[in-house]
Ligand binder design. Structure first.
Ligand code: 0A1
Ligand code: ZN
Length: 868
């Protein structure tokens, strides 16, 4: 591959192999923020201790900061001794080994639309420093292995900015002249700059507290915009649950007496774990069952837990460099997944996580932006906050846990925390700690998981010797991507399997595949089946794909015998896929379809089945699911086939669905988490019935749009999304009028409307951008429209390429405002190669057109990967 070069011909990539410790330590930082109408004056004093005695230079990162003056130990540095470039500051000829560097700078948060560094959101000044935002606030060695103690003074007008927050504890608060005030914060724990945060503005505070297990009182303050106070109880109870869980499960207690959370409207991601001052996208704080669906309530609880858990996995023990990002993210996702599994239903949680990974991470790993969990190089680290780093990273830890068993895992984890507390660590060090007392797993071999990319593939074959009652399972592993040399090395893959000898006899086992080919032998197997039936990767025990010699007849048996939720749902998915593929080939397999429908009927009739699982089993795959797995895609035909199937299944299952509907309707009013399975199922049932042209159900569903349960209101919206009828407009209007002044909820309306195919062109979508309630600075609204349009509206794939061109224009326009959002969104084109003609050429042409524009480096890096 031709590596991109900058103008001077130097490789633009940052590489893991180039890691070098910084020449200085910066044990202490004093910051002074004076917030004025149009700018913020930032004076920073860095205490620098030279570690590399051979250097006389100091290079600090810094972008878009106007330097006023520089001092070393109070003496002014003359202009000829420093040089400010676009992204750094170089000071030469430094003779001292220990000194205080004072930098007086000016920044302009109101002009910052990137939502990185310091910016304004609805009049509130806020910060986002991960990964490299701190350098937009002040000059610094902005890398995670520089840990410093921060003291921060903030000064501002009392009316405009009554609340002034930063990390740690309040040291002092004073009123000043001219209606101004100041506050001084001190964080006792050394931290990397990416965990720094500051918030200033008119915010209302909802207070609570938590008593830790060693009886310390922690004040909890949740800051929201005025009027939003009524929406924070869910966040508070989620936080308290998380604090308790981390004590019980990991013996980790909160380490300060104050924990602040701020909800911010304009935020690029979900939330940020800044030390003791978590900043959240308001849609992940403001929630109750009237405004928020059950799924969102669970997600919010999970994200609050995630950010809180970072306090130990990320903050107290941080990452040495950004190649280690998964050290904190994979581990913290693993912990938040465990948390949700413990407080809700572990089997459903496993099923959801597996589904998420297969849909998103597998898609990423089979495309041009595929990368190892520990990448070797990057241009923009912001582009690496990916599902591979997060969710695949978590899966690797789940395997590690499985391989060493719980007792060793938790011991190793505690050792890891105590060894690296207050330090910046690596993934290698974490794995070594977990495997320290284990003799069966070679750490070096296990770590290959972090270096490979692509989804590994395992193949199984059964050899049955009835006379000897011996079942041999031959397993082999390979990786489809050949470019990466690590992909040729065998991985350590734990496989949970079940051998079914007959309906009542099941053997459950975990075997570990360690080499490229291996045989697993099971003796004394007495089976009445022609050949014992085996299911693999139950509970999705490893993040792989697999193939086996199981026939479709046997798969029907699996649906009768299996109890594992994941395996059941996966097997059902195989049937859906098979049915869809046959229909796409114009050769519908009616035999399989009918038998499968009979199986679904028996699931519906089974009164003991978990209703969330039932909903899963009855859900025909969406376009996005099919798109992420197929080749030679004809998108319009896929949309059509999915609609047809919804019609067919809705018609054939009608009687049973109505019966179930009656049964569950009485539970719909229950308060979350009660009643959530019923509410989930009802959406699936409504959708199927609506697709079966059932007129009777329409009026019934319409009544729910105004329900005091957002789950039911949105279920009503969603089920109408692909039904072209006058009622669709009616429910859209009811929803809009009810929620137009609640920006978080209104995003669902934008999303719903972006899914509707009103005209063949994109006029109706453009109207959403022109709507008075559309806020161009809100990543949430932008994503609500763009993501839904490209994944749920077939107009995007208009055969003349107009949908692609339309989206290209949006990409170019919004990239100027917010590169983070656009560089993530542009991956919608990453599978162009998997499309059939003319879609493939149209997409490629569009990508080339986009590339001709002046783009952000973030977006450019992703585009370069898409068309190398
Ligand atoms: N560390 C956060 C994720 C995050 C990353 C980057 C951000 O801004 C560009 C914001 C948040 C987490 O894992 O929750
Ligand atoms: Zn995180």
């Amino acid at each position: 591959m031709n590596k991109p070069k900058n103008q001077k011909g130097i490789s633009k990539y940052i590489k893991l192999e180039d890691y070098k410790v910084f020449d200085y330590e910066i044990p202490e930082i004093f910051m002074d923020f004076v917030i004025n109408k149009n700018a913020v004056n930032v004076t920073t004093k860095l205490k620098l201790v030279k570690k590399n005695k051979n250097t006389k230079n100091l290079i600090l990162d810094g972008t878009d900061i106007l330097i006023k003056k520089l001092f070393i130990d109070d003496s002014l540095i003359e202009k000829q001794y420093y040089k400010q470039q676009k992204n750094n500051l170089k000071i030469e000829n430094i003779k001292k080994d220990i000194f205080l560097l004072k930098i007086e700078g000016i920044i302009k948060p109101k002009e910052n639309t990137s939502l990185l560094g310091m910016y304004e959101s609805n009049g509130i000044i806020t910060t986002q420093c991960e990964a490299e935002g701190f350098r937009r606030i002040s000059f610094h060695a902005d890398r995670p292995d520089i840990l410093s103690k921060y003291t921060v003074r903030i000064e501002a007008d009392k009316n405009d900015y009554p609340v002034l927050l930063s990390n740690g504890n309040v040291l002092k608060e004073n009123n000043l002249t001219n209606n101004r005030h100041e506050i001084i914060w001190e964080d006792p724990y050394p931290k990397p700059s990416y965990l720094f945060a500051l918030v200033a503005g008119k915010l209302n505070c909802v207070k609570d507290n938590f008593i830790t297990k060693s009886n310390k009182k922690v004040k909890i303050n949740i800051y929201v915009e005025y009027g939003d106070e009524k929406y924070v109880q869910h966040a508070i109870s989620s936080l308290k649950k998380s604090m308790k869980w981390d004590e019980d499960k990991y013996n980790l207690e909160y380490d300060l007496s104050l924990f602040n959370i701020v909800a911010i409207r304009h935020f690029n991601m979900g939330a940020m774990e800044n030390k003791s001052l978590n900043i959240f996208n308001s849609k992940l704080i403001l929630a109750n069952s009237e405004t928020t669906t059950d799924e969102e309530l669970e997600r919010i609880e999970g994200v609050i837990a995630h950010e809180y858990f970072h306090n130990w996995t990320g903050n107290r023990v941080t990452c040495r460099d950004w190649f280690q990002l998964s050290l904190k993210e994979g581990l913290t996702v693993f912990r938040d997944q465990q948390f949700t599994a413990d407080v809700h239903n572990s089997e459903i949680k496993r099923l959801d996580d597996a589904k998420f990974l297969r849909r998103n991470q597998f898609r990423e790993d089979s495309g041009p932006t595929s990368h190892p969990v520990m990448p070797e190089k990057y241009q923009e680290i912001d582009n690496f906050y990916t599902t591979t780093i997060y969710e695949k990273g978590s899966e690797i830890i789940r395997m590690l846990n499985k391989l060493v068993k719980d007792e060793n895992f938790y011991k190793g984890f505690s050792n890891y925390i105590s060894t690296y507390d207050g330090k910046a660590a690596t993934i290698d060090q974490f794995v070594d700690k977990i495997l320290e007392h284990n003799k069966e797993i070679d750490p070096k071999k296990f770590k290959i998981w972090y270096k490979q990319n692509g989804t590994p593939k395992v193949k199984f074959k059964r050899i049955w010797d009835q006379t000897d009652e011996k079942l041999t399972i031959e397993a082999s592993q390979s990786n489809p991507i050949k470019k990466n040399l690590y992909n040729d090395l065998p991985l350590i893959i734990p496989i949970n399997l079940a051998i079914f000898c007959d309906e009542n006899k099941t053997i459950e086992k975990t075997v570990v595949l360690k080499t490229k080919k291996q045989e697993f032998v099971f003796r004394n197997i007495r089976s009445h089946l022609q050949i014992p039936l085996v299911t693999y990767f139950r509970e999705f025990s490893s993040p792989v794909e697999w193939e086996s010699d199981t026939t479709f007849e046997e798969k029907f048996l699996i649906l009768r015998y299996e109890k594992d939720f994941f395996t059941l749902s996966n097997t059902v998915k195989v049937f859906y896929k098979k049915i869809i593929l046959c229909r796409l080939d114009e050769k519908p397999d009616h035999k399989i379809e009918n038998k499968f429908i009979s199986t679904l009927i028996s699931f519906i009739k089974n009164r003991d089945i978990n209703l969330s699982l039932l909903s899963e089993l009855l859900s025909i795959p969406t376009f996005a699911e099919i798109e992420s797995e197929m080749e030679n895609l004809d998108p319009l035909k896929i949309y059509k086939t999915i609609d047809e199937l919804n019609h067919l299944f809705g018609t054939k299952l009608k009687e049973e669905l109505y019966f179930k509907l009656q049964e569950i309707e009485t539970s719909l009013d229950k308060v979350w988490p009660e009643g959530k399975n019923e509410r989930k199922l009802i959406e699936t049932i409504w959708k199927l019935l609506l697709h079966s042209d059932d007129e009777e159900i329409k009026s019934k569903i319409i009544n729910y749009v105004d329900s005091n349960s957002m789950t039911l209101a949105k279920a009503a919206l969603n089920s109408f999304s692909r039904i072209n009828c006058p009622e669709r407009k009616i429910i859209s209007n009811i929803f809009f009028n009810k929620w137009k002044n609640n920006s978080v909820v209104l995003d669902s309306w934008f999303s719903f409307n972006a899914s509707i195919e009103i005209d063949e062109k994109t006029n109706s979508i453009e109207k959403l951008f022109e709507n008075t309630y559309f806020d161009s600075k809100s990543p949430n609204t932008l994503r609500a429209i763009l993501n839904t349009f490209v994944t749920r509206n077939s107009t995007f794939h208009a055969i003349d390429g107009s949908g692609y061109k339309y989206i290209a224009k949006k990409i170019i326009d919004f990239d100027k405002l917010n590169p983070i959002v656009i560089s993530r969104f542009i991956k919608v084109f990453s599978r162009y190669n998997y499309y059939s003609e003319p879609y493939k050429s149209n997409m490629l042409e569009t990508i080339k057109q986009i590339k001709k524009n002046k783009l952000s480096t973030n977006t450019k890096e992703v585009l370069d990967a898409i068309i190398e």
